[in-house]
Design a protein around this ligand. Structure first.
Ligand SMILES: *[C@@H]1O[C@H](CO)[C@@H](O)[C@H](O)[C@H]1NC(C)=O
Ligand SMILES: *[C@@H]1O[C@H](CO)[C@@H](O)[C@H](O)[C@H]1NC(C)=O
Ligand SMILES: *[C@@H]1O[C@H](CO)[C@@H](O)[C@H](O)[C@H]1NC(C)=O
Length: 337
């Protein structure tokens, strides 16, 4: 108590108290392949003889998807509050970005550090933490990805939304952008925002629908225009109509190959797919279908082993029972005489 009073008295006397709370370190922790989040940490040091109430929180995070595309709208860090920081102590505060696709991403997060001693006004410092998990054949492994992948896995992909560690297959947009860009546009090879198609509830029939072939809202009341009719007449109708429904599906044939005629995966031997209904709603097109990812348990392998073990148990038991019976009989016979 005395120290605190003294501290505050000193504080009111002197004006040179700034610089007693310092950010010693601010960075991103090393990642491993199966992590489900990126950890941002800041190490805060109190070199004062007073304690401080400290609060750490995110201001804004921006992901730099490419030179022209910077998005500050979907990345949020959770956690960060710290509480009381004792005199001459330091603390390591962590904030978590929950995400399951952590490589091939770069950007920065602005973090606020607010602190206040007993009679102090609130002061603030900021830390700008950059993260860079960009993977490319020509770029050295970023330090925070040490041990995350092997160089032989890496492909150089044409778009930031293709996975360099998964043979440049499209990323799962839902997973990467946490719902903010749900549509994988095959033409541009990019995840895009899905428009909100608002229908008029007072109308008897739905007047606006979402079209998964082009990721646009379609006005159902003007579904055929004069120019459409002219195109039909001239026989030059092209575009989404030619695309088959199945080719719209975003399929990842893990252990198999895509048959581009049927639109199905042909699984490698020993692999199968979970059944799914491709005639589900249109929204189904927004999700990645994972096929040929169930390993078929080889009956012969496991079953024959089981049978052998069973046979052994039965055999041993039979011998045992046999032995018992014989003993019993012997005893019986002993008793008889
Ligand atoms: C703070 O936490 C991070 C992440 O857990 C860790 O990498 C770092 O070494 C810690 N720093 C200190 C000074 O404890
Ligand atoms: C944070 O750092 C990034 C990259 O170094 C920079 O582009 C951005 O302007 C910085 N933001 C602030 C607020 O300093
Ligand atoms: C479909 O697959 C065949 C080989 O299986 C290939 O020659 C052809 O180019 C593919 N077509 C398209 C449109 O990808």
């Amino acid at each position: 108590m005395f120290v605190r009073l003294l501290c505050c008295a000193l504080y009111t006397l002197s004006l040179v108290v700034h610089g007693k709370i310092e950010i010693r370190d601010a960075n991103v922790a090393t990642l491993s392949r199966d992590d489900i989040g990126m950890i941002f940490y800041i190490t805060v040091q109190n070199s004062d003889i007073c304690g401080y109430e400290v609060k750490v929180s995110m201001i804004e995070c921006t992901e730099v998807i490419d030179e022209k595309d910077k998005d500050s709208g979907f990345m949020y860090l959770i956690g960060g509050h710290m509480g009381y920081l004792k005199p001459k102590c330091y603390k390591n505060v962590t904030l978590l970005y929950p995400n399951m696709y952590l490589h091939n991403r770069r950007g920065y997060c602005l973090i606020s550090l607010k602190f206040k001693s007993d009679h102090d006004q609130i002061q603030q410092k900021k830390a700008n933490i950059t993260f860079d998990t960009w993977i490319s054949k020509s770029v050295a492994t970023p330090p925070i990805l040490r041990g995350y992948y092997s160089k032989t896995e890496v492909r150089n992909c044409a778009s930031p939304d293709l996975d360099p560690l998964n043979k440049c297959k499209p990323v799962d947009c839902h997973r990467k952008y946490l719902g903010s860009r749900n549509y994988f546009n095959k033409k541009w090879q990019r995840c895009q925002k899905v428009p909100v198609c608002v229908a008029d509830p007072s109308k008897e029939l739905v007047d606006v629908i979402f079209t998964p072939s082009n990721n646009k809202c379609r006005d159902m009341e003007k579904s055929v225009t004069k120019s459409d009719l002219q195109l039909i007449e001239a026989g030059t109708l092209k575009g989404p109509c030619e695309e088959t429904y199945q080719s719209l599906l975003n399929i990842d044939c893990h252990y198999g190959k895509l048959n581009n005629v049927t639109g199905d995966c042909e699984c490698d031997p020993g692999w199968m797919s979970a059944p799914f209904d491709k005639d589900q709603t249109d929204v189904a097109n927004l999700f990645v279908y994972h096929m040929c990812n169930i390993e078929v348990a080889e009956w012969y392998d496991t079953s024959s082993r089981k049978i052998k073990v069973m046979a052994l148990i039965v055999g041993v038991r039979a011998l045992f029972v046999d032995e018992l019976l014989r003993l019993g009989l012997m005893q019986l016979s002993v008793c008889r005489f």
